[in-house]
Design a protein around this ligand. Structure first.
Ligand SMILES: *Cc1c(COP(=O)(O)O)cnc(C)c1O
Length: 230
């Protein structure tokens, strides 16, 4: 049941924090609710969840309309520029910024709403062909280019690690993202504070926490397997 799975995830997060000598409050659990119906999200809401991650614009906006307004919505999936306008006033954080064109569109739409939007830069640390995200060496020039955008706050980095049977295999991916964030911090770029590290999913969030994740994106571990046919 949802309640049991949530308790299990919470327990594992606490244990990973304890092993790493970190405080539980340093890690935000994002409940990745993609493909799940509104009723299931309401159930999670009633169990105390307030941060939900979605990867599709239409699904996010529909759920946004249907659910209580104290929910924090995170856009975690690849975002097309022509859809930015539908979510710009609904999301607290966009995890998947990986092109100047997308950053410019977010800047333009945020300006229309007279708001500043928090974003993460998506990094393809493992250099997988199939994945979105910038290469590690592209990240600093990219951030230097968008740092001056008045309606964007660069708040951190995000990566999607490869699917592996043994989560230990992703430890170096998470460590590399953390190292990159330290390199960026040392550059002292105006307006840029990359203190958020969004890394770790159901299969590997404990290792990610040990390596410094401040946000973990857990779907299956909370909601059970996804059914893409319905
Ligand atoms: C689906 C998804 C997740 C959650 O995946 P699980 O393995 O179900 O925890 C996390 N991050 C992103 C970007 C996703 O698309």
């Amino acid at each position: 049941m949802l309640k049991d799975r949530l308790e299990e995830v919470e327990h594992r997060i606490e244990e990973a924090c304890r092993r790493a000598g970190r405080k539980r409050e340093e890690v935000t659990l994002i409940a990745v609710s993609k493909t799940k119906p509104v009723e299931t999200l309401k159930e999670a809401y009633d169990l105390g969840i307030r941060v939900f991650g979605e990867n599709k614009v239409q699904e996010l906006t529909e759920k946004y309309e249907a659910l209580p307004k104290d929910i924090h919505w995170h856009m975690i999936g690849h975002l097309q520029t022509n859809k930015v306008k539908y979510i710009i006033d609904k999301v607290d954080l966009i995890h998947s910024v990986d092109s100047i064109k997308l950053a410019e569109t977010i800047e333009k739409e945020a300006a229309k709403h007279d708001r500043k939007v928090d974003i993460l830069v998506e990094v393809n640390v493992a250099q997988e062909e199939s994945k979105f995200g910038l290469k590690v060496e592209e990240v600093i020039p990219f951030i230097e280019q968008i740092a001056g955008f008045p309606h964007i706050n660069v708040r951190g980095l995000m990566t999607i690690a490869p699917f592996v049977e043994n989560p230990e295999k992703n430890r170096s991916v998470f460590a590399d993202l953390r190292k990159l964030s330290v390199d960026i911090m040392e550059k002292n770029i105006d307006n840029v504070n990359v203190s958020i590290l969004s890394m770790g999913m159901t299969n590997d969030y404990e290792v990610a926490i040990e390596e410094g994740a401040t946000m973990v994106r857990v779907g299956t571990g909370i909601f059970g397997a996804r059914n893409y046919n319905i």
